[in-house]
Design a protein around this ligand. Structure first.
Ligand code: 3PG
Length: 306
């Protein structure tokens, strides 16, 4: 059967080779399209039995062309790029690959925090992370890796996640919180790891950001959609001590950069999962999961229902 890998942002070469080896060894056929156009996607998906993507948009109109598709695997965590309803209506299984790229994202959190605390390495005196407090918003795979690394820096930790028992956080030496206001009010740094859902979209704005202590830094390696950009901008205008670093450029990136200069930093392209290791882990997991689904319906990480 045909397994299509369609990625706007290519996997590292070693990951591509490992995906190809995995697919070939299974007796399936691999089609790889990197950096293709929408037309390329429409054409390539026509006879694909399985599809592997990253943040690439898989919408209803695209799925209309997918006559043979049985499974979509998002090589990564967030699947807000995939129209789950449209997939379910067509009885296409959608899976993600939880945990496979989470260390990479967590390491970037600290790459960006240190850069901001050292004034983007401009020679001016900065601040340290030791004994500062970090609030982790969502204690999933990325949040847990962030906690592990933060302990190495000697930070104090709190986390909020309504789907995780307090005992899990307490066992990791983290104070569980149940109110998002407390998370922002208590912590020098707040790191976002919530998915983009109808409930979380635009949920981080003026009221929460204004609660942050002096010199607070908001870190977003999750999704730009969870930020209320107008609210964040107003907070940064009123509080010249606050800073915002994000692995996802806001829609109003130019205005943020123009107004706040070195108090904001945005990666030019989402870089969190862009490491050789994360590409390898997520890519091979996606290939294995696609093969297993095509073979005997293995669906451990299915995120839709039909
Ligand atoms: C994820 O949800 O797994 C991350 O945001 C990584 O996305 P990417 O594969 O597009 O880099």
């Amino acid at each position: 059967m045909k397994i299509l890998v369609f990625t706007e942002k290519p996997f590292a070469p070693a990951a591509v080779k490992a995906i190809a080896d995995t697919v070939n060894a299974s007796g399936n056929e691999l089609k790889l399209v990197e950096g293709g156009t929408r037309e390329d996607f429409v054409e390539a998906i026509a006879d694909a039995d399985a599809l592997i993507v990253r943040s690439d948009k898989v919408d209803r109109a695209l799925l209309d062309h997918a006559k043979a598709l049985k499974v979509i695997v998002r090589a990564g965590a967030g699947y807000d790029n995939i129209d789950l309803d449209a997939a379910s209506e067509r009885k296409i299984c959608v899976m993600n690959t939880p945990g496979q790229n989470s260390n990479a994202v967590a390491e970037l959190v600290f790459g960006m925090i240190v850069m901001m605390c050292r004034n983007q390495y401009n020679g001016k005196s900065g601040t340290e992370l030791k004994d500062k407090s970090l609030g982790i918003y969502a204690y999933g795979q990325v949040g847990r890796n962030v906690a592990r690394i933060a302990k190495g820096f000697g930070m104090k930790l709190e986390a909020l996640d309504k789907f995780v028992d307090d005992a899990v956080m307490e066992a990791d030496g983290i104070k569980p919180l149940h109110d998002v206001k407390e998370l922002f009010a208590n912590n020098d740094f707040v790191s976002l790891h919530i998915p983009a859902t109808p409930e979380t979209r635009n949920s981080i704005g003026y009221d929460l950001v204004m609660l942050m202590p002096e010199n607070g830094v908001l870190v977003n390696t999750a999704r730009k959609e969870v930020i209320d950009e107008a609210g964040l901008m107003k907070a940064l205008e009123e509080r010249p001590d606050l800073r915002y670093v994000s692995d996802i450029k806001p829609d109003a990136a130019e205005e943020f950069e123009h107004k706040f200069a070195s108090r904001v930093f945005f990666t030019p392209k989402k870089m969190g999962a862009q490491t050789a290791e994360a590409n390898f882990n997520a890519g091979v997991a996606a290939a294995e999961q696609s093969i297993a689904y095509l073979k005997d319906g293995w669906n451990k990480y299915q995120v839709n229902r039909f």
